[in-house]
Ligand binder design. Sequence first.
Ligand code: SF4
Length: 444
Amino acid sequence: MKILFVRSTEISSLDRMFSHLPVRFPSLIYFYHKALTIPILAALTPKEHTIEIDEGQFKDINFDNPCDLVAISTITRYALNAYEIADEFRKRGIPVVLGGYHPSALPDEAKQHADSVVIGEAEETWPQLLKDFQNGKIKPFYVPTRPVAPSLIPHPRLDILPKGAGVGVHATRGCPYGCDFCSITHMKFRNKFRMKPVDFVIDEIKMIPNKTFFLFDNSVTINKKYSKELFRKMKGLNKKFIGYGNIDLFGKDEEFLKLASEAGATMWMIGLESIYQETLDYVGKKTNIVKEYISTIKKIHDYGMLIFGLFAFGFDTDKLDIFDTTDAFVSKSEIDVPYFHTLSPEPGTPIYKKLDAEGRILTKDWSKYSQADEVVFQPKHMTPEELLYNTYRLRENQYKLSNCFNRIYRARKIGTYVFFESAWSNLYMRHIIHAYAPKQGPAC
Ligand code: SF4
């Protein structure tokens, strides 16, 4: 049987351009990396089946590709696109399976567009689904009964991705921190932190043909003993990588920073979220202490690595002064690549449930849940337009050419490689923020 895996996503013109270049620019790798969901599903698929991949928006998909089963993975912002694709395949008589964060959060909604919905992690349910499908007994929903054991997670089939695609590795699964706005920790069993055997991960890294890769773990700082062991074994691999981590450990453990740097880490993506401790406490981000931000950023720099700092606005504790205060903080903090987005309450999270119960969700048009160019809920202390416009104003100020060049110039003191990484990252983010600029300011 032939299975067509479809990743419902948006492919920007810049990504299309880069993906056709014969040479990869390492510093850009994380901007168009491929998620591992489909390569892992492919690895779980018995060899007797043929596999193909397609991705993009409705217009990008080849609906004439003959196949027996279509499996579509999606997140909230691309869910409507996934449903449209699913409907089209089903119209042609091809059964469809939907999975991913959004179908896991709203399985009954997804079921209206699919023959079956896979809820949560699929390592145990996908092989069973395939058997049931071949026997003509596919079930409407597949739900795991326990968190998948790390030993059941295979190496992803990187060979099915386009040649030269940016890829990554998951050393661990899940995050136990439970931040109220985070769809990761609130997906079924994803609050259970699990570690793959270090040597297995090292083998996986060795399989990556590129010199650079993305360490996809939700946070590499959750179990420092495990991560240190991993970093020690990565040291001789001669790779460079970008990963996610929580700021608390970076500030406290210089051995961790040293080992990470020696292992090839060049930039850490850190959810700083807010410079108001009250907001961090309100959303349950227990790892972040604002007064430690600046000293921790300095320590990360001391070990030759950059910080991609992510901020979100629109929490119930945020008032209008948050934008200017954050702007001033970012300028003085020496964050290398800052990014600012509006809160996008994802279905399945406590924050979504609270806003929905209070009647403050303004739209369930999931395509607007982009965190960038739309506000989909009623903020407490400002209008949706003020939230959107001020977030954009802050992005625009921080990505003025003079500010970009200041950050790039500063990075030369941290290291030559990261200087180029800072340059690519800042210029790419500048492109992104203009691509998502709202058309007009608030009507006030
Ligand atoms: S620490 Fe990060 S991954 Fe973990 S729950 Fe919070 S936002 Fe999600």
